[in-house]
Design a binder for this molecule. Structure first.
Ligand code: WQD
Length: 339
């Protein structure tokens, strides 16, 4: 299928573009480089072994988005484009609601107008909120997020479900990611966050490569195996494969819209990640224990049954693979992608 990958120059998007090409699909990227760099494209093409078309477009621009679809001939859309920094969303809620929701509505309008009816959405485990029992299951109905970023995911899932219900033949997969980490085994593409990383793995890899002095562990008094926060880390290559599996499953879906957890079903603590990264990199990761971070949960991991049973997908790569592949990317690209 000819697949429009919005945000396809980003961390998860670029890995998914590679997986789509390898599976025989024809991926086309739309990105405005708000959280990625143009220099990723030649590396995607190098790894895909073929040219990949990229349109630089702001998807909140409805005219530009419509023109993209008018000329595109797309069979499906995988929608990654959106702002994703939890802390920034708390400080700038209106920016997050406008960007994430307007861009989605703009794409949906263009899809209806140009007869595209397959959609895979980059959602997040953050939609389960603080009350859902762990491991998280997709049939939990009371979706709520503890920050505006997560709320945009809750709202967009609702929008997609309502739009799919009234458009004949539409199929929408809502993919709820847990904690994406790692990098393509080549070390040529990987996670390249702007500024100081909010997330654990890129911060740890920047300590290992010497860009940061020390890690701060946000609390070690949680009711977990070693007192530090536990998360369901999933290798970005496994995550990309999950998107291809969901795309290939859409036409067989019994309902217009359906959520799927993309996780391993296992929780790993902060200190376990630190030790695994030290083993993978051979570098020490000095750290201090600081106060808990507001909004953090003690533990979060997936019930991954539905994706296994309905998509035929399971995560295959280990924490050791995630750390080794992350380190190969970071050590080969200490400053990330060239500006
Ligand atoms: C993981 C663990 C921290 C940094 C977030 C978003 C989620 C998704 C993934 C977008 C926690 C601890 C972290 C540090 C630390 N993003 N930590 N020191 O918070 O589980 O999820 O990123 O889709 O929506 O909420 O990921 O990597 O920030 O934190 O101790 O410098 O590492 O307390 O236990 P999180 P994270």
């Amino acid at each position: 299928m000819r697949v429009l990958v919005t945000g396809g120059a980003g961390f998860i998007g670029s890995h998914t573009v590679l997986a789509l090409a390898a599976a025989g699909h024809d991926p086309v990227i739309a990105d405005n480089f708000s959280n990625s760099k143009p220099s990723v494209l030649p590396r995607i093409e190098e790894l895909a072994g073929r040219p990949v078309t990229l349109h630089e477009v702001d998807l909140t621009d409805t005219a530009a988005t419509d023109a993209l679809f008018a000329a595109g001939g797309f069979d499906a859309v995988i929608h990654f484009a959106g702002f994703k920094a939890v802390g920034e969303s708390v400080a700038k809620p209106a920016l997050y609601y406008r960007n994430n929701i307007d861009s989605t509505l703009s794409v949906l309008d263009a899809m209806v107008k140009h007869g595209v009816s397959r959609f895979v959405f980059s959602s997040s485990a953050t939609v389960y909120g603080e009350k859902a029992p762990v491991p998280y299951r997709e049939d939990w109905e009371f979706l709520e997020a503890t920050n505006p970023y997560g709320q945009t995911k809750v709202m967009i899932e609702r929008i997609l479900t309502d739009v799919a219900a009234v458009n004949e033949g539409w199929k929408v997969a809502l993919l709820r990611y847990f904690n994406p980490v790692g990098a393509h085994a080549s070390g040529r593409i990987g996670e390249d966050p702007n500024g100081i990383p909010n997330n654990l793995m890129p911060f740890v890899s920047q300590v290992a490569v010497g860009r940061r002095d020390r890690l701060t562990v946000f609390g070690d008094d949680y009711p977990t195996s070693d007192g530090t926060g536990e998360r369901d880390y999933i290798h970005v290559v496994d995550l990309a494969a999950g998107h291809v599996a969901a795309l290939d499953h859409l036409d067989a879906m019994a309902t217009p819209a359906r959520a799927f957890n993309l996780g391993t079903g296992t929780g790993t603590s902060v200190l376990q990640i630190v030790r695994a990264f030290e083993a993978a990199s051979g570098r020490p990761i000095p750290y201090d224990v600081g106060p808990r971070r507001a909004g953090d949960l003690p533990t979060s991991y997936a019930d991954a049954t539905r994706a296994r049973e309905e998509l035929g997908w399971t995560a295959k790569l280990s924490i050791e693979d995630m750390c080794a592949d992350s380190w190969r990317w970071q050590s080969n690209n200490p400053e990330g992608f060239p500006s």
